[in-house]
Design a binder for this molecule. Sequence first.
Ligand SMILES: Nc1nc2c(ncn2[C@@H]2O[C@H](COP(=O)(O)OP(=O)(O)OP(=O)(O)O)[C@@H](O)[C@H]2O)c(=O)[nH]1
Ligand SMILES: [Zn+2]
Length: 226
Amino acid sequence: MKIDNALEEQFEEIGDNHVSSSADTPLREDAFDLSDSEKIERIEQDVYNIMETLGLDLTDDSLRGTPRRVAKMFVKEIFAGLHPERKPKASTFQNKYKYGEMLVEKNITVYSTCEHHLLPIVGRAHVAYISKGNVIGLSKMNRIVDYYAKRPQVQERMTMQIVQELQKALGTKDVACVIDAKHLCVNSRGIRDIESSTVTAEFGGKFKDPSVRREFLDYIKLETEF
Ligand SMILES: Nc1nc2c(ncn2[C@@H]2O[C@H](COP(=O)(O)OP(=O)(O)OP(=O)(O)O)[C@@H](O)[C@H]2O)c(=O)[nH]1
Ligand SMILES: [Zn+2]
């Protein structure tokens, strides 16, 4: 199901040997049939069942509220970006002052959730664009990052979704995003490598030019502390 109106023409340019199609989050057709409160009711019961299966005593006063707390957190907080009604309004303005250089919004906090393990992804996003007549409110870039982060994600898709949304809002392909993030599924379990982090990038339009890309990367100097 398409919820993001991805820039289809961007993918038409991709050669035959690339598998890439759209960066939409895979959702079922009936994804929005239930209201938020109906979803919370159902997830509460599901979490209750998981905890009970694990042998936890759900009459304990510390555990009693957990199923409902987790359900509310899923629907209203960490997966809130699954609902297109929550997509931030990306206010744009005319570039009357004819600012012609790139604009970089760096070190945007990313709190997301790995869709393979439902564990946190924590990091920083850096976004940039070159105006083709419009400029966007600075905070809207942070909001767009946060909206796409609030989904079960793989980092590659999140990076592409952010770029596509900004391209749409700004009416230009000259948009780039780099994300540097730690995946707790790598850091805290499994291979348990606390040091490694993952860098993903999407360079649209003029950012495919090595010198433009270099300028962006020089501004953000990837020395991210989480
Ligand atoms: N490409 C990509 N992989 C991710 C991302 N987040 C988590 N993964 C990986 O998804 C993979 C899932 O692999 P599986 O072998 O099915 O899961 P697993 O047995 O728990 O794997 P281990 O983590 O190696 O223990 C793991 O290698 C994760 O590191 C992401 O954003 N992008
Ligand atoms: Zn994972």
